[in-house]
Design a protein around this ligand. Structure first.
Ligand code: GDD
Ligand code: MN
Length: 359
């Protein structure tokens, strides 16, 4: 016997919302054979413990606890892939989405839509729960970009509240980037054919407990996801992020060099200081952004930093060597410099990915 519907709930530090969520699903889903799987990234507030306590009382409650990993989209993917039900729904664990819409969403897919999306931007929908005017603006801009990219007119492509057949999810799973926050967008973009989407209006509720995990880094990851699609997956997303961080490092290097020189420090020493500061800044940025899902912490971060400095120093050495050799050969300074830098960044990327972050 298997369930009709698996409700996947990504959660991070949502302990106080777990029991209300299960109670709300219980009310909303009477008459439907459902289970719920909470996918928790080892939250320090003990979300998993709260889920397990309920799971012991109720077989319909399951817990997936991921250790050493972070990420809303990847959590959703793992939850959905753990299902054997006919349909899979995804809903936030903080009670901001309206679970009472789930039966309607299920019905829409049962009568033929590929996917049902809870939408704040159709008649009857509402995004009052968005906490600030800035978020409203960001959300509007994101929607327009996403619509252009997906060639769809879906009104709420940024929604994290949706339902689809499990077999469709499984077909698309191999093509997902799994990065960042926007799993719905990821799914739509992964589909080789245009999906028929039923938009079901709902009112986005304000958060009652806990806090939002959306921050600048998550937005940067979203920009990366869009860029990845624009490049049609020819360049790995991590490499783009790594290269952008590297470009930022060049800026840091130049600024520190100038500052040090203005303090009367000699060029050689000033450049060394600039380079080391830039490398440390790059390590931190890559750890927070490029490798957010495998972020190194505590002693492992210190070890990672030392390795990263060693890897990048070798990269710089190769960069300079290659540029010098090419320059000697054809006298084209800019080309020689660019070729050296390209070899340097590919080296740094490839080696630090395997040695430092071990992906
Ligand atoms: N497992 C896991 N890992 N869950 C996470 C992570 C993570 O790294 N980050 C966030 N979550 C969970 C949260 O605990 C919450 O249940 C849900 O994902 C949404 O996160 P929030 O931090 O509450 O996001 P939000 O309210 O700013 O954004 C929501 O609204 C957007 C529309 O404005 C999300 O639903 C987005 O998907 C949605 O697009
Ligand atoms: Mn939220």
């Amino acid at each position: 016997m298997s369930y009709t519907l698996t409700v996947v709930v990504p959660c991070y530090n949502e302990r106080a919302n777990v029991a209300p969520m299960v109670a709300a699903l219980n009310n909303a889903l009477t008459g439907i054979d459902w289970e719920v799987v909470f996918v928790d990234d080892d939250s320090p507030d003990g979300t998993s413990t709260a889920v397990r306590a309920l799971a012991r009382e109720d077989v319909r409650v399951r817990c997936i606890r991921r250790v050493g990993r972070r990420g809303l989209s990847s959590a959703v993917i793992e939850g959905a892939l753990s299902s054997s039900a006919d349909y899979v729904a995804v809903i936030d664990g903080d009670m901001q989405h309206d679970e009472t819409r789930l039966p309607l969403m299920l019905q829409a897919v049962q009568i033929g839509a590929d996917m049902a999306v809870g939408s704040r931007h159709v008649e009857g929908g509402d995004s009052a729960g968005l906490s600030s005017p800035l978020r409203v603006k960001l959300s509007e801009t994101g929607i327009r970009v996403a619509q252009a990219l997906t060639h769809t007119s879906i009104n709420d492509p940024m929604s994290g509240f949706f339902l689809l057949r499990r077999d469709l999810f499984e077909q698309l799973a191999g093509r997902l980037t799994g990065q960042g926050f926007k799993i719905l967008l990821d799914l739509i973009l992964a589909s080789p054919r245009r999906l028929t989407i039923a938009e079901i209006p709902y009112k986005f509720r304000p958060r009652q407990a806990g806090e939002s995990k959306l921050d600048v880094l998550v937005l940067a990851q979203f920009a990366g996801l869009l860029m990845d699609k624009a490049l049609r997956g020819t360049v790995p997303l991590r490499f783009i992020s790594f290269a952008l961080v590297g470009a930022f490092g060049v800026l840091v290097n130049i600024l520190v060099l100038q500052a040090a020189r203005s303090l009367g420090i000699g060029f050689g020493t000033a450049q060394t200081i600039g380079t080391v500061v830039a490398m440390i800044a790059n390590f931190e940025l890559n750890n927070q952004l490029t490798y957010r899902a495998q972020k190194l912490k505590g002693p492992r971060a210190w070890r990672g930093l030392v390795l990263f400095l060693a890897v990048c120093s070798l990269g710089a050495y190769a960069n300079i060597g290659i540029a010098k050799a090419l320059y000697a050969e054809n006298g084209h300074g800019l080309l020689a410099g660019a070729a050296g830098a390209a070899v340097g960044v590919v080296w740094n990327y490839a080696v630090s990915a395997t040695l430092v972050w071990r992906v």
